[in-house]
Design a protein around this ligand. Structure first.
Ligand SMILES: [Zn+2]
Ligand SMILES: [Zn+2]
Length: 136
C-alpha cells in the first residue's frame, strides 16, 4: 500500500508539488522574516523529507541568513510570487513547506510556535470582531 499523496502549489498553478507519505505536524513562526515573506502575521510550515517531494515548475529562490546563522533558501513562484518552501543548510535532507500552499490545508495539525518574542498583537484574532462566511 502506498502512502497518501499530499499535493499543493502556488496561486497561479505554475509551481506544483506532491509529497509521498503522511503530513507532519506544522509549526508557526513569528519571526520578522516569516512575517515579511508571507505578508501576514506569521509563517506556518511543516517539514518533509526532500526525497519524498516531487516538483513541477521552476521556482525562484531568495537566500538570506536567519538569526540562527543558517542560510535559508526561500523558494517562490516567479509568476505569482507565492512562497512555497524553504531549504535550510542546517537540515540538508529536509524542506519546510508553507502550509497555505497545500491543496488540503485543513489536514494540517500544529505542534509548536517559535519566535514568540517577536509575535505581533494582531496574530491573535479577537473573538469580537465582525465576521462574514464569505467576502464582505
Ligand atoms: Zn504561481
Ligand atoms: Zn520564521
Amino acid at each position: 500500500m502506498s502512502g497518501a499523496v499530499i499535493t499543493g502549489g502556488c496561486l497561479c498553478g505554475a509551481c506544483r508539488y506532491a509529497l509521498d507519505g503522511a503530513l507532519a505536524p506544522g509549526g508557526l513562526c513569528h519571526c520578522a522574516d516569516c512575517r515579511r515573506v508571507t505578508g501576514s502575521a506569521f509563517g506556518v510550515s511543516f517539514r518533509a523529507d526532500k526525497s519524498a517531494l516531487s516538483r513541477t515548475g521552476e521556482t525562484r529562490v531568495f537566500r538570506k541568513r536567519a538569526d540562527s546563522g543558517q542560510l535559508l533558501s526561500r523558494h517562490f513562484c516567479p509568476e505569482c510570487g507565492s512562497p512555497l518552501y524553504t531549504e535550510s543548510e542546517g537540515d540538508p535532507d529536509g524542506v519546510f513547506i508553507k502550509a497555505g500552499s497545500l491543496d488540503r490545508p485543513d489536514a494540517l495539525t500544529l505542534e509548536r510556535q517559535m519566535w514568540m518574542a517577536s509575535k505581533v498583537p494582531w496574530a491573535d484574532i479577537p473573538a469580537d470582531i465582525q465576521t462574514f462566511d464569505k467576502g464582505r
